[in-house]
Design a protein around this ligand. Structure first.
Ligand code: SF4
Length: 418
């Protein structure tokens, strides 16, 4: 598995150089000239922990959450104070964990962000279904949140049970959504569960779109080495067929595919915290991507709080990119949106996409993975499937390796991913 990702890295970066993350980091982050900068804030608290979930989170404790929010605001101040003027950014997303467990503090966190950043396209926040109440939604709306994403996973009790989730109180949730409108209401689902047929996925999609959602995200189940799985994985061919059927169904219903796994009603602003050219991440485990670097904060909540209280950024590891590594990173995440704009590539790198990757683009077109539409390369359904397949390898070779280390060591010396 890692052989595939290693060969791809060597081929596309034109080098045998590994991704070397070290513990040295910039005290002042160079984001002032970054275009299309997004922000992300991680709130790592949950009422109870789901077996399948790979993210950095702990069970909610009021005292810890209070200390964490204070540290979070301090981290925003530390990063923001490094800029000379208020920086325009696209979006701010809150993820977790269950950010609504600190719902009354979301407004003051946004105020702290707004001292240093002008948010131009909206604020999104992830919600656990049990947090979708009229009171929470009103509080979030008053704080300035415009997009929400609800982690439903499935409307089927059987699947919720094997995922280690309790039953949903759908009627209360749907009523709350009817009472408090948001610009984007996304619902997240997991597919590739045992015995799952397209009819069952279609039912989830239909229930979502007829009860307040205008956007859905349908992710495959990813089997991280450190999460628990209580069921047999479905064969890859079955997964491939299901993804093709989901895509075809959403297309027939008139939903627009705005990334590999997300579909929206036409004209709806997408919910996506990850497809940005540049972003700053705040909170434990949050990542930052800039022109010259990728960095990740410590996963340890006590160490995060201590480091920030000492006036230091909580950065655990930093990768300083070579220009080809940055291009690979750029293309990987841009391709996630199913299209790569050659003009945007040129604006970002000052080099022509066809000069850098002309052969690969030609090959992608010949293999039927992409088609050219003006200055844009758009992924075909076949290309989207292979991207989805490769993304699985990438997640297991890179993210799993990094998160495994970060879960046990607050500040590792280095990490080399070959
Ligand atoms: S799936 Fe959501 S609620 Fe469950 S542990 Fe992960 S972040 Fe928490």
């Amino acid at each position: 598995m890692s052989l595939i990702t290693s060969l791809t890295r060597c081929w596309l970066t034109r080098s045998f150089r590994a991704f070397r993350f070290t513990d040295t980091f910039d005290a002042i982050l160079p984001y002032q000239n970054a275009e299309n900068l997004g922000l992300y804030i991680h709130i790592p608290f949950c009422r109870s922990l789901c077996d399948f979930c790979p993210y950095c989170k702990v069970t909610y404790r009021e005292d810890l959450a209070k200390a964490y929010v204070a540290a979070l605001k301090k981290e925003i101040e530390l990063v923001g104070a490094g800029g000379s003027e208020r920086k325009r950014v696209t979006t701010l997303y809150f993820g977790g964990g269950s950010p609504a467990l600190v719902v009354n503090e979301i407004g003051e966190i946004i105020e702290t962000v707004s001292k240093y950043f002008e948010i131009t396209e909206g604020i999104g926040l992830e919600l656990h279904p049990s947090d979708v109440t009229v009171s929470n939604l009103r509080t979030l709306q008053r704080a300035g949140v415009t997009r929400i994403s609800i982690g439903i996973q499935s409307f089927s009790d059987e699947y919720l049970e094997i995922l280690g989730r309790g039953k949903l109180d759908c009627q209360h949730m749907f009523e709350a959504l009817r009472s408090v409108p948001f610009e984007t209401v996304s619902m997240d689902f997991i597919f590739a569960l045992p015995g799952q047929t397209i009819e069952r996925v279609k039912r989830d999609i239909d229930v979502a779109f007829s009860n307040g959602a205008n956007h859905v995200a349908i992710y495959p189940f990813i089997d991280f080495t450190y999460t628990k799985r209580k069921f047999e994985k479905i064969p890859e061919m079955r997964k491939k067929k299901l993804l093709a059927e989901i895509t075809e169904y959403c297309d027939r219903q008139g939903y627009v595919r705005d990334s590999i796994w997300t579909f929206a009603k036409p004209g709806v602003k997408k919910y996506s915290s990850m497809t940005r050219e540049n972003f700053l991440g705040f909170g434990c485990s949050a990542t930052t991507l800039l022109k010259d670097q990728f960095k990740i904060n410590t996963f340890s909540i006590p160490d995060y709080i201590k480091q920030v209280e000492n006036g230091l950024l909580p950065t655990a590891l930093t990768l300083k990119f070579t220009s080809r590594q940055r291009m690979l990173y750029y293309l990987f995440w841009t391709a996630y949106t199913t299209r790569v704009d050659a003009d945007a590539f040129y604006q970002f790198f000052g080099e022509k996409l066809t000069h850098c990757y002309g052969f690969e683009l030609l090959l992608a077109r010949m293999l039927g993975f992409a088609q050219k539409d003006g200055d844009c390369y758009t992924m075909t359904p076949k290309g989207a499937y292979y991207y989805h397949y490769y993304e699985n390898y990438y997640t297991l070779s890179y993210i799993d390796q990094m998160w495994n280390l970060m879960r046990v060591k607050a500040f590792p010396d280095e990490l080399v991913i070959r």
